[in-house]
Design a protein around this ligand. Structure first.
Ligand code: SIN
Length: 485
């Protein structure tokens, strides 16, 4: 199967309604992480083309914001329907460039499209306020208006859904967008642009630019026409972008790294907890910001949980994501694999034991065995750094207070999970965990209806849900006076 065979295959950038190459004609190679083969190339654009995209977006803004919410909603819904109609093709393209199991890719296409459907509806519900003025001849009116050009810098781990989760609310409320997808996974983004073109977005409203991440990122973060930057990626890059955005005081949303605790209490349903741990830890081969990074099992159920978790992990099928049976695909590249190896070796040197896995998979290349480590020490890198791979360290704990303090001992605050059947504990622990998201008796919480986002060094702002439009709106206060004349 070749990426060039797909009808949604585009190998050019989409700027101002045109499919263009880089000024320099330079290109970037895109590889299949399962085979390491080159599947195609995309333009290596830089500062000039980024400026062009920003200017095109800005030019399209008056027309786009002037449309009624209903008219914008109709175009978004058309985009949604086209994505669903092309689900299989989009999923195959995603697996070819990203490596994830084809069933996960299918799931992501539906998940990604759900943000467009949701925000197509939310577009009609951007309400303002009236507030009583202390003086009788006056009224206070509050209206909400689109912020302006939005730049979206998106990651390779969810090549479709991270674009739709950012762009659907922006477009819904009247903002044009410039999207910079990850260089590893540009085809999913360009296919979304092809479908957006077909859906009827006016030219310049949605632009996709591929190329040099630092040059494009610099321009997006410093150009004064960009009024909002939304980024999903590492905390390290997020901090750099935040500093750059300060120069023009842009609005920012940052969906950054995580280090999720996953707690199993003595009173939990252990079989459910094992299913949740598998989903949370091994989805996308552990390459998600919301993956369980530290699994805490209470004394009373520790042995049973570990035995069942190891058994379930042994049933995972590692392989090329295009095989229907595969449940664990490759890592995105050799650097990610090296980090996983480094974390495992470091934990072992400090006393951890391998319960299953612990090394590269016999398939070679970017494949790593789904791994469980026990007796991991607090000093091990894996206890505090994000691994972004298929390794689950399991820790033993005694009581609720101890585990809450262990769980909160992190600069990150994105997702957290716990399993318990005790309603009092469910309230106490949900409130005590210093995380933006808490999954109770579940290992998967992401959905269009819910606010996704973190606290502390995991980010700023929320994506999805009714809260997901706030970051793309300015609040304007109008004081109407002289009303008694
Ligand atoms: C992420 O890992 O960046 C997003 C995961 C999700 O949407 O569930």
């Amino acid at each position: 199967m070749k990426i060039t065979d797909f009808k949604l295959y585009r190998d050019k950038c989409f700027i101002n309604g045109q499919w263009i190459n880089a000024d320099s004609s330079e290109i970037i190679s895109v590889n299949n992480p399962a085979t390491l083969e080159e599947i195609g190339t995309v333009p290596k654009c830089g500062k000039n083309e980024t400026k062009l995209a920003i200017e095109a977006a800005n030019k399209s803004w008056p027309e786009w914001r002037a449309k009624s919410a209903k008219d914008r909603s109709v175009i978004l819904k058309k985009w949604y329907e086209l994505i669903i109609d092309n689900k299989e093709e989009l999923a195959q393209m995603m697996t070819l460039e990203q490596g994830k199991p084809i069933n996960e890719s299918r799931g992501e296409i539906v998940y990604g499209a759900s943000f467009i459907e949701w925000f197509a509806e939310e577009a009609k519900r951007i309400y303002g306020d009236t507030i009583p003025d202390p003086l009788t001849d006056r009224r206070i009116l509050v209206i909400k208006q689109p912020v302006g050009v939005v730049a979206s810098i998106t990651p390779w781990n969810f090549p479709n859904a991270m674009i739709t989760r950012k762009c659907a609310p922006a477009l819904a409320v009247g903002c044009p967008v410039v999207i910079k997808p990850a260089s590893q996974t540009p085809y999913s983004a360009l296919a979304l642009a092809a479908l957006a073109e077909e859906a009827g977005f006016p030219k310049g409203t949605l632009n996709v630019i591929t190329g040099k991440a630092s040059e494009i990122g610099d321009e997006l973060a410093s150009n004064s026409l960009v009024r909002k930057l939304s980024f999903t990626g590492s905390t390290e890059i997020g901090k750099i972008l935040l500093q750059k955005c300060a120069g023009t005081v842009k609005k920012v949303s940052m969906e950054l790294g995580g280090h999720a605790p996953f707690i199993v209490f003595d009173d939990a349903n252990i079989d459910d907890a094992v299913i949740g741990a598998i989903q949370s830890k091994f989805r996308n081969t552990g390459q998600t910001c919301v993956c369980a990074n530290r699994i805490y099992a209470q004394d009373g159920i520790y042995d049973e949980f570990c035995q069942k978790f190891v058994q379930a992990t042994s049933e995972l099928k590692v392989g090329d994501g295009l095989n229907e049976e595969t449940t664990s695909g490759p890592m995105i590249d050799e650097y990610s694999l090296e980090k996983v190896e480094e974390h495992v070796q470091d934990a072992i040197q400090l006393g951890a034991k391998i319960a299953i896995g612990g090394s590269k998979h016999s398939l070679g290349m970017n494949f790593y065995q789904p791994t469980i480590l026990t007796d991991v020490t607090p000093e091990a890198k894996i206890t505090s750094e994000e691994t972004f791979g298929p390794v689950a360290p399991v820790y033993r704990f005694k009581d609720e207070n101890e585990v809450i303090s262990l769980a909160n001992n992190s600069p990150f605050g994105l997702a957290s999970y716990f399993y318990s059947r005790d309603i009092g504990r469910i309230w106490r622990v949900s409130e005590a965990l210093e995380y933006g998201m808490v999954g109770v008796n579940t290992g998967l919480t992401s959905k269009a209806e819910a606010p996704f986002g973190g606290i502390k060094e995991s980010g700023l702002g929320r994506e999805g849900s009714k809260y997901g439009v706030d970051d793309f709106l300015e609040v304007k206060y109008v004081n109407m006076c002289g009303l008694d004349k």
